[in-house]
Design a protein around this ligand. Structure first.
Ligand code: PXP
Length: 272
C-alpha cells in the first residue's frame, strides 16, 4: 500500500527514526560515493522523518567516519548514533555530539544486530557509558531484548530510554507463524509496560516492514509488522532501516517515509 498525502496529523503516533545504513551498504558495494547516505538523510528529513539513525560499526562496513562528520554538519533533524560500548566509539560520540545515542551489542560475524545488549551482566560499564554520554549532551537509549532483567538493569544503569529489539517478532511475522507472533508481541508489550513503569521512555525497532506496495492484504493475513508494533501505545519511537530502504526501491525514499509514518498513525488510531 502507498499513501498519497504527507503524513497524517496525529498527536500520539510514534516518532520515526530512519536508519540509513543500507544506503551506505549499497554505496560501498562499488566503493565510490554513490548513493550517498548523507543525501538520503537529507531527503528523509525533508519527507518528514523525525530522526536520522545510523550505526558506525567497528568494521565500518556501511557508515564511515566521514559520513558521521557530514551528517553532523548538514542534517537538521536529531541524529541517533548507534554504537557499541567501546572506548573508540564513546570518544567519537563525544566529538560528534549527536542528540541521541543508542548503545547496541556488536559481533563481527553477524549480518545485522542480532540480539540485545547485555546490560545486567556489565552494569558498571554501561552505567559509566551512560554518564559519559549524558555529559556529552546525548539522550541515551539501550537496545535490549524484552527481558525483565535487562529492562530493570537499563533503569539501574541510568539510561533514560530503552529500545526493545523487535527482531524475533519480525521474523515470526515474515514466517506468518501466528503463535510465535502472538508470543513475541506479548513479550514486547509486557517489556514496554515494565519499562514505562520504571520511568523509561520506550522505543522499538529491528526488522519491521510493511506489506509490499501494490499488494492488497488478504483478509486472513495479519497487518504489517510495523502496524502491529506501532499499535502498542507505549512505543514512543520506531527505528526502521532495511525494509524502509527496500520499500523505497519501489516507491521512492520520500514516499517510503510517508508510508511508514502513515502506517504508524493508522495503527494508533485503530487502537483507540
Ligand atoms: N534499531 C537498532 C538499534 C538497530 O541496530 C537497527 C539495525 O541496525 C534497527 C533499529 C533497524 O533495523 P532494520 O534495519 O532491520 O529495520
Amino acid at each position: 500500500m502507498t499513501y498519497a498525502g504527507s503524513h497524517l496529523a496525529t498527536n500520539d503516533a510514534p516518532l520515526l527514526g530512519v536508519n540509513i545504513d543500507h544506503v551506505a551498504t549499497l554505496r560501498n558495494a562499488r566503493g565510490g560515493d554513490f548513493p550517498s547516505p548523507v543525501e538520503a538523510a537529507r531527503l528523509v528529513v525533508d519527507a518528514g522523518a523525525d530522526i536520522v539513525t545510523f550505526h558506525l560499526r567497528e568494521d565500518r562496513r556501511h557508515i564511515r567516519d566521514d559520513d558521521v562528520a557530514r551528517l553532523r554538519e548538514t542534517i537538521r533533524a536529531p541524529l541517533n548514533f548507534e554504537a557499541a560500548v567501546t572506548d573508540e566509539m564513546l570518544a567519537i560520540i563525544e566529538r560528534t555530539r549527536p542528540e541521541h545515542v543508542c548503545l547496541v551489542p556488536e559481533r563481527r560475524q553477524e549480518v545485522t544486530t542480532e540480539g540485545g545488549l547485555e546490560v545486567a551482566g556489565q552494569l558498571a560499564r554501561i552505567r559509566e557509558a551512560c554518564v559519559r554520554l549524558a555529559e556529552a549532551g546525548a539522550r541515551v537509549s539501550l537496545f535490549i531484548g524484552a527481558d525483565p532483567a535487562q529492562i530493570e538493569a537499563a533503569a539501574a544503569a541510568g539510561a533514560p530510554c530503552i529500545e526493545l529489539h523487535t527482531g524475533a517478532f519480525a521474523n515470526a511475522w515474515w514466517a506468518r507463524d501466528a503463535q510465535a507472533m502472538a508470543h513475541e508481541l506479548a513479550r514486547l508489550r509486557e517489556g514496554l509496560r515494565l519499562g514505562r513503569s520504571l520511568g523509561l521512555r520506550t522505543h522499538a525497532g529491528h526488522g519491521l516492514a510493511l506489506w509490499s506496495p501494490g499488494v492488497e492484504r488478504p483478509a486472513d493475513e495479519p497487518p504489517s509488522s510495523t502496524h502491529m508494533v506501532a499499535a502498542l501505545p507505549e512505543v514512543a519511537e520506531l527505528h526502521i532501516g532495511h525494509a524502509l530502504v527496500g520499500h523505497a526501491l519501489f516507491v521512492g525514499l520520500a514516499q517510503a517515509v510517508r508510508d511508514f509514518q502513515a502506517e504508524a498513525v493508522l495503527a494508533r488510531r485503530a487502537g483507540r
